[in-house]
Design a protein around this ligand. Structure first.
Ligand code: DC
Length: 226
């Protein structure tokens, strides 16, 4: 039976990665984190000390850098020119600049090419901002995750704490709001719910409930096609 393409979009820290990763694990699909791709370009922009507004130079950098992904059921490893940057792309400096870099049209075109290629054969749970609207509008199942911004900030704080980093919840809330505004108001492929996406508010759901919901929807679709 043909395996599904499941698109999960939504604002920052709405639970996309966790939901996508665990859903992929349950269904035996691949997990694809498209934010990691924009983060990898941003890391290189910072390393090369480029101006994040220099579209021409950044477009060239994105075209020339060799991005490889090792995606298994539970991990999405990113390599730039053979170097594993999976951890480096999560730094606060990258998080702060990534919205500017990901707004650049040529960068998006290159990343979308990568994303469509990986998803070509189905059997993927792919998460981002524009997957259901632009990258894979024909996806079999589209989920748009939302959550109260205060709750998202709390989750992010806990996540950072796990890595030994203490950031006040209010600071994180401000950062999330700023990034969401940038992602949603950009001209190229803004963060937006696809008309045929199912909106799921995770503010009061456990991770397990979120994943159960998506897996159940996927199984309904698979059953309807047998
Ligand atoms: O999901 P994340 O926080 O790792 O994403 C980092 C940034 O990348 C996010 O602020 C917007 C951008 N992004 C995007 O523009 N399109 C995607 N499909 C995924 C992420």
């Amino acid at each position: 039976m043909k395996k599904l393409v499941i698109a999960i979009d939504g604002p920052a820290a709405s639970g996309k990665s966790t939901t996508a990763r665990l859903t992929a694990e349950r269904l035996g699909y691949l997990f694809i984190d498209t934010g990691a791709m924009y983060r990898a370009v941003t890391l290189r922009v910072l390393e090369e000390k480029l101006d994040p507004g220099d579209e021409r130079l950044i477009g060239r950098l994105a075209e020339e850098m060799q991005l490889t992904f090792e995606h298994s059921r539970d991990e999405f490893k990113v390599k730039v020119n053979g170097r594993d940057v999976t951890r480096a792309i999560r730094s606060p400096a990258v998080t702060k600049t990534v919205s500017r870099v990901s707004a650049i049209k040529s960068v998006r075109e290159i990343m979308v090419r990568h994303q469509r290629k990986i998803a070509r054969d189905g059997g993927v749970v792919i998460e981002g901002r524009d997957i259901g609207t632009v990258v894979l509008p024909e996806a079999d199942l589209k989920i748009y995750l939302v959550a109260d911004v205060k709750e998202r900030a709390r989750r992010r704080a806990r996540e950072l704490q796990g890595g030994g980093i203490e950031v006040p919840v209010d600071t994180l809330k401000d950062e999330l709001e700023e990034r969401d505004l940038r992602d949603a108001s950009r001209v190229n492929s803004p963060l937006r719910k696809a008309p045929d996406a199912i909106e799921l508010d995770t503010s009061r759901l456990t991770v397990e409930q979120q994943v159960d919901y998506v897996v159940q929807k996927a199984r309904e679709i698979l059953r309807s096609r047998t």
